[in-house]
Write a protein that binds this ligand. Structure first.
Ligand SMILES: [Zn+2]
Length: 631
């Protein structure tokens, strides 16, 4: 059985029909079992008259006393089977055929075989069990979840994937953790895959609860909500989304319950839009986490919180009291890396759109490559680029220059009749490519530059890969699917969509727009951005790049040769026309340009600044393609 087919499960359940009621009634030893009316005494609470009744339509038992439900899959899992095994049992029971192919062993990225952690045989009985019991996790739950213990009495959580393979084992001490202490660790000598804790015990046809820690998962199970997983590496690591994407796609309903602290809040804000607001709810509780709520308020309180999970509001109003706090100090931002510019903007705030303009040859694409791509990757933000003018090979070549830096570029003297040329050294390329390989994405569809297709890809990358920086170079090459009379309106609509997108996914969108008149060489103003004036009204930032002309660099003299106005000492001027987050406008920053490395740098910047790829060791056998070497 490769992937489990939800439709096939439904079909088999229908086929099994009331036979499932018999199997469960016998298995759970239901008292006063009435085979005609398919009802009996509820095994989950104390009662004298039967209210545990089989529902033929939904193929499950429902208790009208305590609300508990159980179907055939739940029953099999209760006996200790994983979801996959339970499904097979159901298929065997109904003679449903499925392909039971051999599960391929998981491979690691470098094509080495995956080293799985060693299975610990015994369920926790010693220190681990006592400590969990102190936290109100019962032996039943410890057994159900298969919590283990190492020989030093630490708790061991074994992470099995949806194909029942052990992929990760995490440990923590069996005692209260001191502040600042390293809380958890993974099994040494084994690989670690960012899967979710408990996914092998999850029924993909039912709502899924995602929480922050392993013990929170146990607390949810203890309270009676078994379809629960916890994230593998804390509230601030989101690799699990992409890694388990296909599995997560199965669910019609997902509930997020992260801790009641700033990190948990950030996790909810990041995860809900990425998993899809249409199917994701969240729990807002007054307790610090699920375990503490179980401890202080009991099982029923936990279940009620899950049942009352909030829908993401889709109405167009919000109570002022419910608006989230806006504190400019705490807002996440991506620095430009140019100290002179960062002095004014502090960095681009996440959730904003920046319109960049400049005449041809002004250096705006170069500016973008350095400031929006290299710097973003350096700060740990994944980046997407749509270039309507360069091929992907050209684009990569252009970005690799500023990424490499002057010291890693060779300049070739082509004699007095030809300009000097430059190339990035081969070893540097190798190292850089290893560094940025999962962080930079290009739009790769030469046939379709429609706004809708580009937005769709952006959405996919934001949700699945957590990309945060989106660069569209440029607006004029994007097909807005309209005639020229509709162009202004369509442009406005598109920029509006970008603003909504940036806010929804807490991302930064840089949109390059040409100036109105391309023949002009004087400094631009905000009014010169081509197209509808609404573009700059909607944007959070408007930035223009101006290349200083030779004439502007010259000193202006009067008739007798005295300097009346000094020439501009810079190669380029960055004009910041608009800066909505901080409220000021019309600031200018002068920078120099280094031809070889295609880098801008200001007075307080280091032209030889190294990005972190220099620290990286390239694994042996890593191949690079050199087809784009300029020579
Ligand atoms: Zn009951």
């Amino acid at each position: 059985m490769a992937e489990i087919d939800i439709d096939l499960i439904q079909q088999a359940k229908n086929q099994l029909g009331i036979k499932a009621a018999e199997i469960i009634a016998i298995g759970l030893n239901i008292e006063k079992w009435d085979t005609r009316n398919l009802k009996g005494l509820c095994p989950f609470h104390n009662e004298k008259t039967p209210s545990f009744i089989w529902n033929k339509k939904n193929n499950h038992f429902k208790c009208f006393g305590c609300g508990e439900t159980i179907d055939i899959i739940d029953y099999y899992m209760k006996t200790g089977l994983t979801f996959r095994e339970a499904t097979k049992e159901l298929f065997d029971e109904t003679n449903t055929s499925y392909d039971d192919d051999i599960i391929p062993r998981p491979e690691t990225k470098e094509n080495k075989p995956y080293i799985q952690p060693k299975v610990i045989e015994e369920i926790a009985t010693g220190k681990a069990k006592s400590y969990l019991e102190l936290r109100k996790i019962s032996e039943d739950t410890i057994r159900y979840a298969g919590v283990k213990e190492d020989d030093k009495g630490n708790i061991a959580f074994e992470y099995y994937d949806n194909k029942d393979r052990l992929m990760l084992t995490k440990y923590r001490p069996s005692r209260k953790i001191k502040k600042g202490e390293n809380k958890t660790w993974c099994q040494k000598g084994a690989d670690t895959s960012p899967i979710l804790y408990g996914m092998h015990q999850v029924d993909i046809t039912k709502p899924l609860l995602i929480c922050e820690g392993e013990i929170d998962r146990l607390a949810a199970i203890e309270s009676g909500f078994k379809n629960t997983v916890s994230v593998p590496f804390g509230a601030e690591n989101f690799h699990w989304i992409d890694h388990n994407w296909d599995w997560l796609e199965n669910f019609k309903e997902i509930i997020i319950w992260s801790d009641n602290d700033p990190a948990g809040e950030r996790m909810r804000r990041e995860v809900v839009p990425r998993l899809g607001e249409y199917r994701t709810k969240y729990v807002k509780s007054n307790y610090e986490d699920i375990n503490i709520q179980l401890y202080k308020a009991g099982k029923e309180s936990v279940i009620n919180s899950i049942r009352n999970a909030k829908e993401i509001p889709i109405k167009n109003v919000i109570r002022m009291a419910d608006v989230e706090d806006y504190n400019i100090q705490d807002m996440e931002k991506i620095r430009s890396g140019l100290n002179g510019l960062d002095k004014f903007i502090a960095g681009w705030f996440l959730g904003s759109v920046n319109v960049i303009t400049g005449i041809n040859g002004s250096g705006k694409s170069t500016f973008i490559n350095q400031v929006c791509v290299c710097e973003a990757v350096e700060q740990g933000y994944k980046t997407f680029i749509m270039s309507g003018e360069l091929t992907n090979r050209q684009l990569r070549n252009w970005i690799e220059f500023p990424m490499a830096g002057k010291e890693n570029i060779t300049t070739v003297d082509n004699g007095s009749n030809a300009p000097k040329t430059h190339y990035v050294n081969k070893d540097t390329k190798k190292q850089m490519r290893e560094w940025y390989k999962d962080d930079v994405y290009f739009y790769d569809n030469n046939l379709d530059y429609t706004a809708s297709s580009i937005l769709k890809k952006m959405e996919e990358l934001a949700r699945r890969n957590g990309v945060k920086v989106f660069l569209l170079d440029n607006l004029m090459t994007i097909d807005l699917e309209c005639n020229q009379y509709e162009l202004n309106r369509k442009q406005k609509e598109f920029v509006k969509e970008l603003v909504i997108f940036a806010q929804k996914y807490n991302a930064v969108v840089h949109l390059v727009a040409h100036p109105r008149k391309t023949e002009m060489i004087q400094r631009l103003s905000k009014m010169d951005v081509a197209g509808s004036g609404d573009i700059t009204n909607l944007a959070h930032y408007v930035t223009a790049i101006h290349r200083v002309t030779d004439k502007e660099k010259e000193d202006k003299l009067n008739k007798i040769g005295d300097v009346v106005e000094e020439g501009c000492p810079f190669d380029c001027i960055i004009d910041l026309f608009k800066n909505r987050p901080l409220g000021h406008q019309d600031k200018s920053v002068g920078v120099q340009y280094d031809m070889a490395s295609k880098r801008f740098y200001g007075q307080s910047d280091d032209i030889n600044k190294n990005y972190s790829w220099v620290k990286l060791n390239v694994p042996e056998g890593f191949q690079i393609t050199t087809e784009d070497s300029p020579f």
